[in-house]
Design a protein around this ligand. Sequence first.
Ligand SMILES: CC(C)(COP(=O)(O)OP(=O)(O)OC[C@H]1O[C@@H](n2cnc3c(N)ncnc32)[C@H](O)[C@@H]1OP(=O)(O)O)[C@@H](O)C(=O)NCCC(=O)NCCS
Length: 176
Amino acid sequence: MAKEVRIRPIRESELDLVASSSQDPDQAGPYSFFGYSDPGWLRRDFAETGFLTEDRGALAVALGEPTEPGDYIGGVGWHRVTTSPVSFTWNIGIGLLADARGHGYGTRAQRLLAEYLFAHTQVNRVEASTEVDNAAERRSLEKAGFTFEGVLRGACFRAGRWRDMASYSMVRADLG
Ligand SMILES: CC(C)(COP(=O)(O)OP(=O)(O)OC[C@H]1O[C@@H](n2cnc3c(N)ncnc32)[C@H](O)[C@@H]1OP(=O)(O)O)[C@@H](O)C(=O)NCCC(=O)NCCS
């Protein structure tokens, strides 16, 4: 039977794996390495917030039973984007460990995250963007129920040049 994908709080023992998703170019993959940053920052942030604040959050993507050791296969995150003096949306992101990619887990995790955010906060919109040639993430967002909205030209600087971003969203009514 296929193992179940879950999202849950990140554990202290997983911080090296969390760091590798952004700090190890091989593990980050072609779209998620933005240069090296302060190696102590993740631990300080985790100690202060557990990666869960009113404005942003991060959860582990886990595979299998809740008690299974080594069930961490990646992380999802979100941050607040203010859209008016009285409203905001969540912008989400994801990074799976290299070995966990291509099995449908990213699709499931992004769907679970959207459902989690609609269930536990009052936002009406969850958005995501990815470089236009990140075919796996674009397909994964579509399979998770996100709608393509258009291209943000030259929106993201990575590895020496500005990149066009494909923008996606899910609104509360899309959940049905
Ligand atoms: C992007 C990511 C989250 C997707 O999760 P995943 O579990 O690997 O993806 P899934 O298996 O759920 O689905 C991927 C889909 O894209 C398709 N796909 C993958 N690579 C592709 C490619 N190069 N061209 C076209 N389609 C591709 C797969 O075939 C699959 O679609 P299908 O089920 O219709 O066949 C994951 O690969 C990842 O963490 N990548 C590295 C970090 C990253 O790029 N994060 C997003 C940055 S914005």
